[in-house]
Design a protein around this ligand. Structure first.
Ligand SMILES: C[S@@+](CC[C@H](N)C(=O)[O-])C[C@H]1O[C@@H](n2cnc3c(N)ncnc32)[C@H](O)[C@@H]1O
Length: 431
């Protein structure tokens, strides 16, 4: 017998390893939704924890293999990781459950021969010390690929690189966007405890309680959205004809619609699936009737210069969101950054064509990598006459360290949110 939470976690981890989905989306899928609240929590902890500590788990497992060079079948490898994670990091899991169920999981597929080996390795791990008490910084660093840590140290300094790694290894805060004033009272009456956001008036941190089960969340009166993501949409500020060029899943579009009650907003995305779920998600939110949806590829888009505000929240490596998407570190390779850059250059160049004289464009990513951020912006602005970079006004409550030169940059662990980058480009053309 395999407990529902372990079976669900195992399936999600296998799918993530096969590149068949992202952990956060799979954890919101119907298989997990059917579980009890306790099982949902355990599934989330197992999936996120195993992905966060995968590199160290693999080191420990490999050191115990009779032939460390042998490539194990994926179900066996995953059963070992899942078992080792529970034995090393979780306090309340009985050892016999962690080992016994991992052995059963390893028997799935064509890997029946491996049960004895999984049993033996997990028993050895169980007999050695746990790591739970305090995870030393060195382990948080070692839980990331060396090449990523090295580039963060080079770009931001070694203390910042350690702070990013530590942040990535913990469950990040659940932050809400309050859509109206009643929603806070409604959450409180549902027993949900909130604290103010770190720097935005409409942001709240969840201290206790399951927001996703509340009426306010189900009706769309509150959204879960990192404070850094909310910040980018607030920095975008005001416009009349607004283009949100890479809009799905729509968190920033929703804030633009709330804050610009007169504006018409065009929300564009290359993914019709993501655009459709965005339309459903935002259906009841303020200003939804002023959002037009456009399915288009922004790399080849021919735009007329008609928008006074453009948000270009480009697809990126996502290295600022590894705390929420722990598998990014396993999927990303150094060469991906140049590939992302090529796409970002094409998208930003198209976006700039859509800017009306005197208009403003915000380019943003959730990447910490200069190739995807300032390099893209500077190359595009340099080759576009009539475009200039402009610094942001300071945001009260946000440390001055988040602003450098023309740019805004939040760094996880240094600032209390995901890592975001933003630049503001203005059109100096006259009509
Ligand atoms: C970082 S996400 C946007 C997040 C969104 N702005 C929000 O706040 O919810 C990037 C989006 O860009 C879309 N995208 C990727 N390539 C694109 C392209 N060539 N044209 C338009 N959209 C694209 C992806 O489908 C994805 O939805």
């Amino acid at each position: 017998m395999i407990a529902p939470a372990r079976a669900a976690a195992f399936d999600i981890l296998i799918n993530v390893a096969r590149n068949q989905g992202h952990s956060d989306e799979l954890l919101r899928g119907s298989a997990v939704d059917r579980l009890s609240p306790q099982d949902r929590n355990l599934t989330t902890n197992l999936v996120m924890g195993t992905l966060r500590w995968q590199l160290l788990l693999d080191q420990r497992i490999t050191s115990l293999l009779a032939r460390p060079e042998t490539k194990l079948p994926l179900p066996v490898q995953m059963a070992l990781r899942l078992g080792a994670f529970q034995l090393i990091f979780l306090d309340r899991i009985p050892v016999h459950a962690a080992i016994g169920e991992s052995v059963e999981l390893a028997k799935q597929g064509e890997s029946k021969f491996a049960a004895g080996m999984v049993n033996a390795i997990l028993r050895k791990i169980a007999s050695s010390a746990k790591l739970t008490q305090s995870v030393p910084q060195i382990d948080a660093v070692a839980a990331h690929p060396e090449w990523l840590v090295a580039r963060w140290a080079e770009n931001y300094g070694s203390e910042a690189a350690k702070a990013i790694c530590l942040y990535d290894q913990q469950q990040p805060p659940v932050t809400l966007r309050l859509v109206d004033e009643q929603s806070e009272a409604s959450l409180l009456s549902n027993g949900i405890e909130l604290a103010p956001g770190d720097f935005l008036a409409s942001a709240r941190r969840v201290v206790r309680g399951d927001v996703t089960a509340s009426a306010a969340f189900r009706s769309g009166a509150v959204r879960i959205q990192d404070e850094g993501s909310q910040l980018i949409a607030e920095l975008a500020d005001h416009g009349q004809r607004i283009l949100d060029l890479c809009a799905a899943p729509g968190g920033k579009t929703a804030i633009l619609a709330e804050r610009n009650p007169e504006a018409v907003i065009t929300a564009c995305d290359v993914s019709s699936r993501r655009l459709n779920s965005m339309r459903e998600l935002l259906a009841g939110s303020p200003g939804a009737e002023r959002i037009r949806y456009l399915h288009a590829d922004a790399t080849t888009f021919q735009l007329e210069p008609e928008y006074d505000l453009i948000l270009c929240d480009a697809p990126c490596s996502g290295t600022g969101t590894i705390a929420r998407n722990p598998e990014i570190r396993h999927r990303l390779a150094p060469a991906d950054l140049k590939r992302q850059q090529a796409k970002q250059l094409a998208i930003l160049s198209s976006a700039m064509q859509g800017l009306a004289p005197g208009g403003r464009l915000i380019y943003s990513t959730c990447s910490l990598e200069p190739e995807e951020n300032e390099e893209v912006v500077e190359r595009c602005v340099d080759r576009a006459p009539g475009m200039a970079l402009q610094s942001f006004a300071r945001v009260e409550g946000l440390p001055a360290t988040a602003f450098s030169g023309h740019y805004l940059r939040t760094i996880p662990g240094i600032h209390p949110c995901d890592g975001f980058f933003a630049a503001q480009i203005i059109s100096t053309r006259t009509a």
